[in-house]
Design a protein around this ligand. Structure first.
Ligand code: PMP
Ligand code: GLN
Length: 385
């Protein structure tokens, strides 16, 4: 064969999460890099999956998701956010939030369309936009507050702008969008044929009484929004890869056309188990308090080191400044810290398309107390690097 495959993603290698996790394993470092809990999910949830497998729920689920699960999702969203999405026409179960994001982008992006996103941005966004021929239009936000310059967004809008991606609570900044932010967005989109992709996988991980506001709370956004959530975050099951997408019926109908050829359907016994588990809201309503305790422990621990933590309103990440320790740029600093001091973190520069260096690292605190204590002991010894 003479054909040379022309890459669609010339600048993409393995993700920074894979790179840092591999480096952590190689050097026996404590892994605070990739975002996943190092503790197990509820044994009751595991038992439910096993039960449904034994009962023979082992063939294809309906394309849109198990009906009972879509009904429970609808009830959960109505109970927690006060908005009704119809389980038949407005909710689809997906293979994690990642597939929901990918399929939503496939649904709206045509070649040449422009997509506004905010950096630092989750690593999946821009490459997925490019796969569908879209053009990412990043708006860079900077430390310490990562505030959105809505004037800059207004200037970026053009007739080609087809989609705007928002993520609140935000990975990696640990900030949440305010009511004012959403209102500005509503205003900007009022006269535009632009859709919204709202990544809300950390919806329940908000701290200090901060409120999570969803795109669905704003009528001017809800009518054009795909809202994405993940059971991986909700139930400490990142390896199960089940999530869902909410959207008005007309948008969801188009989403499903692609979803059925993208994955067709999602893991059947897990969907039945999740449906049953969702009957107990305590399991996710406690999530904020559960992670706030870990965040507070990590903030306290960092105060005894030369790292300087930035405010953390949500997610299971926090950012820390290491200016007092090293002049190394972020990626080299993270690699050296892993190899020489045994703690792995993520360079914040990897969430930007342009080269940046703010001497910031992202720390995942979704870890057992013992892991966080060991990491804190090691970090307290780092005076220079
Ligand atoms: N969006 C954000 C902001 C994330 O941090 C993650 C994963 N940590 C995802 C999407 C992907 O979620 P899932 O594992 O359900 O695909
Ligand atoms: N979302 C996780 C993080 O931000 C990682 C997921 C992945 O490895 N792709 O760390």
């Amino acid at each position: 064969m003479n054909h040379r495959l022309m890459t669609k993603l010339p600048d993409t290698g393995i993700s920074i999460f894979t790179h840092m996790s591999q480096l952590a394993v190689r050097h026996g470092a404590i892994n605070l890099s990739q975002g996943f809990p190092d503790f197990d999910c509820s044994p009751r949830l595991v038992a439910l999956v096993a039960q449904y497998m034994r009962q023979g729920y082992n063939q294809y689920a309906p394309m849109t998701g198990v009906a009972g699960l879509r009904e429970r999702i609808s009830a959960k969203v109505e109970a927690t956010a006060g908005i009704y999405y119809h389980p038949e026409t407005e909710i689809t179960v997906t293979a994690g939030a990642t597939q929901a994001l990918f399929t939503a982008m496939a649904t709206v992006i045509h070649p040449g369309d422009e997509v506004i996103l905010f950096e630092p941005a989750y690593d999946a966004y821009a490459p997925s936009v490019r796969v569908f021929g879209g053009i990412p239009k990043p708006v860079a936000l900077n430390a310490p507050d990562f505030a959105i310059d809505w004037e800059a967004v207004t200037h970026l809008m053009s007739p080609k702008t087809r989609l705007i991606i928002v993520n609140s609570p935000n990975n990696p900044t640990a900030r949440v969008l305010s009511d004012t932010d959403y209102r500005r967005l509503v205003e900007i989109l009022r006269d535009n044929d632009c859709y919204v992709l709202s990544d809300e996988v950390y919806e329940h991980m908000v701290y200090d009484g901060v409120q999570h506001r969803s795109a669905m709370h704003y009528a001017g956004l809800r009518e054009r929004a795909f809202v994405v959530a993940s059971f991986g975050k909700l139930y400490h099951t990142t390896g199960w890869k089940v999530g869902y997408c909410l959207a008005p019926a007309a948008l969801m109908a188009e989403f499903r056309k692609i979803h059925q050829f993208n994955v067709f359907s999602v893991n059947t016994p897990v969907q039945h188990a999740l449906a049953e588990f969702l009957n107990d809201p305590e399991e996710y309503l406690e999530l904020g308090a559960f992670f706030q305790e870990k965040r507070d422990f990590m903030l306290e621990a960092l105060s005894g080191t030369r790292f300087r933590a930035l405010p953390c309103q949500g997610t299971y990440f926090l950012l820390a400044d290491y200016t007092a320790i090293s002049a190394l740029p972020e990626r080299l600093f993270c690699e050296a810290l892993t190899e020489q001091r045994g703690v792995a973190m993520i360079p914040v520069s990897s969430f930007y398309s342009e080269e940046t260096n703010q001497q910031l690292v992202r720390i995942c605190f979704a870890k057992q107390r013992q892991t966080l204590e060991q990491a804190a002991d090691r970090l307290a010894l780092v005076s220079d690097l």
